[in-house]
Ligand binder design. Structure first.
Ligand code: NAP
Length: 246
């Protein structure tokens, strides 16, 4: 069986491709979202209980390979996998989509984390905040700006005093993103460097309108063999399953 640590579009695609290739696949989800998009194959939901418990779990099931296809900002589960897989003797591959790059005509400011993003907001700004549900509290003390907060699921308080909540799930299209920026007179976009095509149109819409962007850098990752595409991860996982099945 191949274990995919999921929660991303790439993880779902990989599960689909491996199932289509005849592999036995178990996708693990954190359980953060009430109605997650489920991938093909088997699914388990919930944390493992830390790295040691994860290693123990790996020893108790017939997992031939683990693909960590979690989001680039899901630091803890990736660190846990980087510890648990070698401890349990299970090969681990990281599938991570490339980050976004600033293009000509864009006005990006890179910051190391969400508190730094909050500090980068000019007084009176109208902000489109797309950093996700977790960590919104970093913006709660910003009282001299207005926020359009977009998340899949309602965030826990505290939230910024002046905000509107928009519950939505990507992928998003350029036209809709442009309409949002215009309708709310947005003059600053804040995003994580999530990468990928699903949420990229907001950057295109900001570029078209000359709206500056604050981009939160990815956190450091553990040193694990890494690929950038589902195709490479699929090839690796099938090779691992076959090699170890002999
Ligand atoms: P995190 O901080 O790295 O994880 C916190 C804890 O949640 C982990 O220690 C682990 O619990 C559990 N966990 C996380 N991902 C898991 C998985 N795939 N399977 C089983 N347990 C998991 O992660 P996060 O930032 O809260 O993200 C949670 C999930 O949402 C991830 O799977 C990620 O792919 C997805 N996601 C995250 C973001 C983001 O911006 N962070 C965006 C989109 C999707 P234990 O220690 O108990 O094992």
């Amino acid at each position: 069986m191949v274990l995919i640590l999921g929660g991303t579009a790439e993880a779902r695609r990989l599960a689909g491709e491996l199932v289509a290739a005849g592999a036995s696949v178990l996708t693990s989800l954190a359980g953060r979202v009430a109605r997650p998009r489920l991938p093909p194959g088997d699914v388990r939901i919930g944390g493992f209980g830390g790295c040691e418990a994860f290693a123990q779990w790996l020893r108790s099931v017939d997992v031939r390979a683990v693909v960590d296809a979690t989001h680039p900002f899901a630091e803890r589960i990736s660190a846990s996998a980087a510890w648990a897989c070698p401890a349990a003797g299970v090969p681990l591959l990281r599938l991570e989509r490339p980050g976004w790059r600033e293009r000509p005509g864009e006005r990006w400011r890179w910051v190391p984390d969400l508190p730094a993003a909050a500090q980068a907001i000019p007084s009176g700004a109208r902000v489109f905040l797309t950093t996700g549900r977790q960590g919104i509290s970093a913006f709660a003390a910003v009282s001299d700006a207005w926020f359009l907060v977009r998340c899949v699921q309602a965030p826990d308080p505290p939230l910024p005093a002046r905000h509107e909540l928009l519950l939505a799930r990507g992928p998003y299209a350029l036209e809709g993103e442009g309409e949002l920026l215009d309708a709310h007179r947005i003059d600053l976009l804040i995003t994580k460097d999530s990468g990928g095509a699903h949420t990229e149109p907001k950057l295109d819409a900001a570029r078209e309108r000359g709206v500056p962007v604050v981009v939160v850098r990815r956190p450091p990752r553990p040193e694990v063999p890494t690929v950038a595409t589902v195709r490479e991860a699929r090839t690796w996982a099938i090779a691992q399953a076959l090699t170890q099945g002999r």
